[in-house]
Design a protein around this ligand. Structure first.
Ligand SMILES: [Zn+2]
Length: 334
């Protein structure tokens, strides 16, 4: 509808990532292994999170608030949304976000089944159960841990601990508020200390906090990420790890204020997957913030790099194929 032009976002980012991966697949100059990357067995289409899913975390009051265009305009920071009738807001703004949210929930389940999963969208880390903000309308990270909780924490023996590694340039105050006081969930957050949201209350939920200065560069950044990730995994060996892989740490990002090169981002994702997968911890990655023109290209390059290094790939699969009949929510546990 042209709304995307009124926003600091490249709203086409997610589709472009898939597009780049497919272009690679078709390119004549690439090795055969890359062709397998987008084979049907590795691509799963996200489905919209249902109200039932959302209510596992969100309050009814908050979901009702989203029925007001003004509230959605404020949360997503797209002022003209105020003037849209809410049925259009639901269809054009919120439904795509609910689909990304469904993608994160499905990716959590897939990660548990086959060791890893990447949602090309998601990572709405400023939204908590009763409050949206900073472009984030649904708490997909909290949902990815809590929706399958009945399934993961109760039905599968020995699963009760999760870790969130939030490497977006901004503090992840949404999931931090949601997991405040929950010792089963360990949060490592690395962010620019001077920018939004500066949520002092939410910081109390961070078990390992790394606050960065303006313009932090690759060497310092990667060293801090690696050291703190290793310590986090030692302090709290999790049964599943959610990796919020925001790319707004990229040099030139006006919101993030850091100075990480494209290669630095690829290296960062590589080291996270290497450390986490070497410990046999299932990992779910979401892409979160970062909306420069070249961002989609960098995310695609990073995914290909992970693939070429064997850090992701088709598993010896009897992975239950995800088709439109597969429910997001596992059957209710009595
Ligand atoms: Zn961010």
């Amino acid at each position: 509808m042209g709304l995307e032009k009124l926003h600091p976002f490249d709203a086409g980012k997610w589709g472009k990532v898939i597009g780049f991966l497919k272009a690679r697949k078709q390119g004549a100059c690439f090795v055969v292994s890359e062709e397998k990357l987008l084979s049907d067995s590795m691509l799963v289409e996200a489905r919209e999170a249902s109200e039932e899913d959302l209510l596992v975390v969100h309050t009814r009051r908050y979901l009702n608030e989203l029925k007001w265009s003004f509230a959605v305009a404020t949360i997503t920071e797209i002022p003209p949304v105020i003037f849209l009738p809410n049925f259009l807001v639901q269809r054009k703004v919120l439904r795509p976000l609910r689909t990304q949210t469904g993608g994160t929930i499905m990716a959590g389940k897939l990660a548990m089944e086959r060791g890893w999963a990447i949602n090309v969208g998601g990572g709405f880390h400023h939204c908590s159960s009763d409050r949206g903000g900073g472009f984030c309308a649904y708490a997909d990270i909290t949902l990815a841990i809590k929706v399958p909780e009945r399934f993961l924490f109760e039905r599968v023996e020995g699963i009760s601990r999760a870790t969130i590694v939030d490497l977006d340039a901004h503090q992840g105050n949404g999931h931090e508020r949601d997991f405040m006081g929950d010792s089963r969930v360990y949060i490592l957050d690395v962010y620019n200390r001077h920018i939004y949201p500066g949520d002092g209350f939410a910081k109390q939920a961070i078990r390992r906090k790394v606050e960065l200065e303006w313009g932090t560069e690759d060497d310092e950044y990667l060293t801090k990420v690696e050291r703190n990730l290793e310590r986090a995994l030692r302090e709290h060996p999790p049964d599943v790890l959610v990796y919020n892989a925001g790319t707004d740490i990229l040099e030139g990002d006006r919101l993030g204020g850091l100075s990480i090169s494209p290669q630095g981002i690829v290296k960062r994702d590589e080291l996270v997957f290497r450390v986490v997968r070497s410990q046999q911890v299932p990992i779910l990655m979401v892409t979160s913030g970062g909306y420069q023109k070249r961002t989609a290209r960098i995310i695609a390059d990073s995914i290909l790099n992970l693939y070429n290094l064997g850090l992701i790939g088709p598993e010896p699969s009897d992975v239950s194929a995800q088709n439109s009949d597969t429910p997001l929510l596992p059957p209710e546990v009595p």
